[in-house]
Write a protein that binds this ligand. Structure first.
Ligand SMILES: C[S@@+](CC[C@H](N)C(=O)[O-])C[C@H]1O[C@@H](n2cnc3c(N)ncnc32)[C@H](O)[C@@H]1O
Length: 465
């Protein structure tokens, strides 16, 4: 195997080696990946099929892997290369695949799922073509902004890749246009009131982050994430100016003095209007507050969750017993109940569980939904079907063990992490679960422009007599 050699040569004594890389795929950060002499190179802005001479910037100490920059392109641009939609594309670190045409993104996303599931060998399910997002832009119903001081005043932006430099993300085309409009208004109001941006290095200042949520009824919720040092009268002036903007239904202050990078806390005060927006889920009014988890692509999430409910209840009678594990605000549990199932929803966040109970009651489903605040390891036995929708890292070991012990005849797995999905499927396969004949893994794209991909599939445990 070839030795990787650093190309930086401060003395300039000899010309650095500049291997020619042909990208065969993309990594999650959007860099092209190609192999030269057995060594894997990750090269930003090199699309699959494109070729370039590169200079190595960083080598992995653990193997034949390096990160490099383009010195000279040696091929024409890929036919799949497109002009990114966002002004900050490539700098903001948000949508690393925006320079790739959407159909080619879908091909790359499917390849990612196929590669992850291939680790299952003969047990790997076939993978369908991803269901595309109805909208490749303007699909995000939540915008999260880091606040910093810029040359021309307050900046609402995002961290640049591998850096804490904040890149202005006003004008982002991925959030709904209402969110962008409201963010502009928040920046103006905060600056006019004299709110000081938080300075991460010196741990000093007031406004740290701004979160803007938009609903499907023309409204927006603004969350001002501030430190304890924030002057109350200045915050009040900024909040009042934001609240005066017609789409804004509520302005919320969220106190955050943490130093671990967490943005959301549960120390929330409603300053104006409402503290939560209302989203319709399975005919139930779900309150979405400042910090609750809700899939950011409303239409595509509805399609994914609808498919999960179909797979879960297909062939089962009215009154089937279902469990929704990692239930969040109940996007899947309420759909199951609306279709006649008796559902136990288990979710760690007590605020989400309370909102789920209220939504079920308001939607006339209270007698069919039992919502429990607790760990997923509390999965009960006796269900006809368990739907799991864990975070990207997949099922935690205790939850996986409890699921296997509960032994439901059917499991529907909704995944946002293909590698973790493959790992969990291997364990479930060892416990006797199989993809049913004719079933496939079904990817759904909820985040165009990024490497993210969701997958839903169904497993059954052959009955033993
Ligand atoms: C990917 S989200 C899915 C939520 C919901 N199914 C939806 O699509 O809106 C994962 C959820 O799992 C919850 N969660 C994380 N760890 C958990 C655990 N150990 N036990 C139960 N819930 C957990 C999170 O709070 C979050 O709401």
């Amino acid at each position: 195997m070839a030795q990787l050699t650093m190309s930086r040569n401060p003395s300039g004594a000899s010309a650095p080696p500049q291997p020619e890389v042909v990208a065969a795929g993309l990594d999650d950060a959007g860099a092209g990946v190609g192999v030269v002499d057995g060594a894997e190179y990750h090269v930003p802005d090199l699309l699959p099929g494109e070729r370039a001479r590169v200079a190595i910037e960083h080598k992995s100490p653990h193997g034949q892997r390096a990160w490099a920059r383009i010195v000279r392109r040696t091929s024409p641009p890929s036919p799949d290369r497109v002009e990114p939609a966002c002004p900050a594309a490539g700098r903001c670190g948000g949508c690393a695949w925006q320079h790739l045409a959407y159909p080619a993104q879908l091909v790359a996303k499917r390849a990612r799922v196929v590669a992850a599931l291939a680790t299952l060998g003969d047990a790997a399910p076939a993978v369908a073509a991803p269901v595309p997002s109805p909208r490749p832009l303007g699909y995000r119903n939540k915008g999260k902004y880091v606040v910093a001081d810029g040359r021309h005043g307050l900046v609402l932006g995002a961290y640049a890749p591998r850096s804490h430099k904040v890149v202005d993300s006003i004008g982002c085309r991925v959030v709904t246009s209402r969110i962008d409009d409201v963010a502009i208004r928040v920046r103006r109001a905060a600056a006019a009131a004299g709110l000081r941006a938080y300075d991460e290095r010196h741990r000093d200042g007031e406004l740290r982050y701004v979160i803007v949520r938009s609903d499907d009824r023309g409204g927006a919720l603004v969350v001002l994430v501030v430190t304890s040092a924030t002057r109350a009268e200045v915050l009040a002036a900024a909040a009042a100016a934001v609240a005066a903007y017609p789409p804004v239904r509520g302005v919320v202050a969220m106190r955050n003095d943490r130093t671990d990078g967490a943005i959301v806390t549960d120390d929330v005060t409603v300053l104006h209007g409402v503290g939560a927006l209302i989203e319709d889920v399975a005919g139930c009014p779900v309150e979405v507050g400042a910090g609750e988890f809700l899939q950011i692509n409303r239409d595509q999430a509805a399609a994914l969750h609808g498919r999960a409910v179909d797979l879960a209840l297909d062939g089962l009678a009215e009154g089937a017993v279902a469990v929704d594990l990692y239930a969040g605000l109940g996007a899947i549990a309420l759909g199951l109940a609306r279709r006649g199932a008796r559902v136990t929803a288990i979710e760690l966040d007590p605020g989400a569980v309370a909102a789920l109970r209220r939504a079920a009651a308001a939607g006339g489903l209270a007698d069919r939904v039992t919502a429990i605040a607790g760990d997923a390891a509390g999965v009960p036995a006796g269900a006809d079907v368990v739907v799991v929708d864990p975070p990207r890292k997949g099922l935690a070991a205790p939850a996986l063990a409890a699921l296997i012990a509960a032994a439901p005849p059917r499991i529907v797995y909704v995944s946002c992490g293909p590698d973790a999905l493959a790992r969990d499927l291997a364990a479930l396969h060892a416990a006797g679960y199989r993809i049913a004949d004719g079933d496939v893994a079904e990817p759904y794209d909820l985040m165009p422009g990024t490497a993210q991909i969701e997958v839903v599939l169904r497993l059954t445990r052959p009955t033993t007599s």
